[in-house]
Design a binder for this molecule. Structure first.
Ligand code: DC
Length: 228
């Protein structure tokens, strides 16, 4: 059967990774969480200099800093995919609100985007991939056979994120999480470099009122009709 590329884009905390993982499992495809890659870059940069200091480097210096110092890989573990930074599993560190915010900042830098987009495109050369992010259907794989754009209200997304943090034992205040979601929406949609936008040929899925099972059924239906 023909393998395809599935691009899933959308706002932060709208469940992109959940549905992307579920679809990858259903299809027997590889799942790639590109947000985790931006988070890993943000973690490394913030551990070695501030984001502001990184910003003051020339493009050539930024590129050389990234290429010399940062190797991102994914590790399959019993509790799912973990991201590794230079061979070290940093899954827990990258999931904090703070690293999410730093990731949102570094993702506005063109050099960082080019560094990661090249790696993402490489991962998709053999197809059979489900990749989620903000620019997958527009920049990374504009030729993807299936593009899904996920949306949900900011309040529902903040509630889901709040519960997820709580389950992971991370302390958070709902209002802070909502504030953070709104901030990130603004930055993701207003940055000059590859802002979040819906690809013209993307299928829009608003999951505000959908359960995870309902959403999965819809997405599997769309996927199956595509690969026929
Ligand atoms: O999906 P996430 O919250 O893990 O992403 C972290 C940040 O990285 C988010 O603010 C947007 C950015 N990002 C991006 O600009 N492009 C992508 N393809 C994926 C994430």
């Amino acid at each position: 059967m023909n393998k395809i590329v599935v691009a899933i884009d959308g706002y932060s905390s709208c469940g992109k990774s959940t549905i992307a993982k579920q679809l990858a499992k259903h299809a027997g495809y590889t799942y790639v969480d590109t947000g985790a890659m931006y988070r890993a870059v943000a973690l490394y940069v913030s551990q070695h200099l501030t984001i502001d200091e990184f910003q003051t480097l020339t493009d050539a210096e930024k590129t050389s800093f990234l290429e010399k110092n940062i190797r991102i890989s994914f590790l399959q573990t019993a509790d799912g995919q973990h991201v590794c930074l230079n061979g070290e599993d940093v899954e827990k560190q990258i999931r904090t609100l703070e690293t999410g915010n730093l990731a949102s900042q570094v993702s506005t830098i063109g050099v960082v985007r080019r560094f990661l987009v090249a790696q993402q495109q490489q991962m998709g050369t053999e197809k059979g991939i489900v990749m989620d992010g903000r620019d997958i259907g527009t920049v990374v794989f504009p030729q993807a056979e299936l593009k899904i754009f996920l949306t949900a209200t900011a309040q529902v997304r903040a509630e889901r994120r709040y519960l997820e943090l709580k389950q992971k034992g991370i302390n958070a205040v709902y209002e802070d999480v909502l504030h953070d979601v709104l901030d990130r929406d603004y930055r993701d949609t207003h940055r000059a470099e590859s802002p979040l936008r819906q690809a013209e040929d993307a299928i829009v899925l608003d999951n505000t009122h959908l359960t995870q099972d309902e959403q999965l059924r819809k997405v599997v239906e769309i996927f199956e009709s595509k690969i026929k």
